[in-house]
Design a protein around this ligand. Sequence first.
Ligand code: BES
Ligand code: MN
Ligand code: ZN
Length: 497
Amino acid sequence: MEFSIKSGSPDKARCDCIAVGVFDSRTLSAPAQRLDKSAGGHLTGILHQGDMEGKAGTSLLLHGTPGITAGRVLLVGLGKEAEFGEKAYREAVAATLRALKHTGSEDVLITLSELSVAKRNAAWRVRQGVLAAHDTLYRSDQLKSKKDNDKPALAAIAFAVAGKDSKSAGTALSQGEAIAQGMNLTRELGNLPANICTPTYLAQQAQKLAKQFKLKCTVLDHAGMEKLGMGSLLSVAHGSHQPPRFIVLEYRGGKAKAKPVVLVGKGVTFDTGGISLKPGAEMDEMKYDMSGAASVLGTFHALAAMKLPLNVVGLIPATENMPGGAATRPGDIVTSMSGQTIEILNTDAEGRLILCDALTYAERFEPDCVVDIATLTGACVIALGAVASGLMANDDALAEALLEAGHTSGDRAWQLPLWEDYQEMLKSNFADIPNISGSRAAGTITAACFLARFTKKYRWAHLDVAGTAWRSGASKGSTGRPVPLLAHFLLKRARKL
Ligand code: BES
Ligand code: MN
Ligand code: ZN
């Protein structure tokens, strides 16, 4: 798919289709009005016939509109003009592409990017337009022997912007594409089954990425981790025949002395629960338990494609969580890399066990801040559903920056408290800390409290993406989140937003 920016009058545009918006109660948007004028009132005539009200989610395809060079005009419902905001804008772009997907149109001009959205500029509209388009057109057929033969003919999408905006829109376009490609990598990895996407496979993908963008990539094997004393991480790997990997990616785009942002992604390539075995229903979805890791790789893809002037380190502890003769038993006590001992009361609370050693390893980079991304708790799905990721942090400014990045990108997070009161729920009679609290209350927060015991030396935030990283049910699949949030966070730090 190729994206571009166009300014100038759409009636002369040489393309297969022009998409224009219509507000509820048959009100043509400004670009639609201009087109209507060139078409001698043809669009107004059609609206008067009652074929299109302008309701959100609806569209009407017209052929052979008089006075228009393009073969087709797509009228896209925008909903009520007074309610037209960020969400309505994204959904209108998505509806446009859903409608065009199965027409013969190869290149289209979308004029929705000229509509005003409160507090957002043309660059935002273009960036979000590219992301919404990618999201709508994505499909995963990597493992189908017969590729879908109803693939969209769509090959080129142009976004219309006013002439004065074309420079900023051009930058936004390439940012949007870089983020979308990063999301696609995250989605492809997430959707792969655990028999293919093993810790070894994740490490190979990281190395491939490093080669493509000239990044530094180091992969530690079992012995390497043992040497570092990563006893907590390794305790999760014991039950599996798949060897664990610890992946270190380094992107150096900033000044040599600039402290890096460290991104840590949970890479459990399959989570059976271990000896604390999970129930069978929907267990297949635990192939997505490496979504945090996949989002770190996707964010690196975006970051490197945008050549941001920052230093960023990616850490991925990768392992399977399986039951087996050598698996960790409930009650086992292990020593983490930090020296703190952990009583593993539930082997299904494995994410925190692999993250804590990665968070200790992060110290060696003297980070400016550390953000971990993990499908950590079912409780987060109960609290926030599929709308927002859970955010917890030991630093208010960092939390604020991530929340803001979520809002701007439409990939939102919502903060939960990390007060000391919750720390009191983590007490072990036999070790420094248990890996679960005695009650199910505040499960998302107590998981973060566990991690907080390992992040005292730097500014840190934790994103629980258990509800947002993939969709269940008929549209099952990875979402590519929170790559947009992380990419916007980095863009802002690099002063490119
Ligand atoms: N990977 C799961 C969390 C999860 C569950 C994400 C369902 C998405 C959907 C994690 O490793 C886990 O099993 N967490 C336990 C923790 C509990 C044992 C304290 C959970 O949430 O049930
Ligand atoms: Mn688990
Ligand atoms: Zn897990």
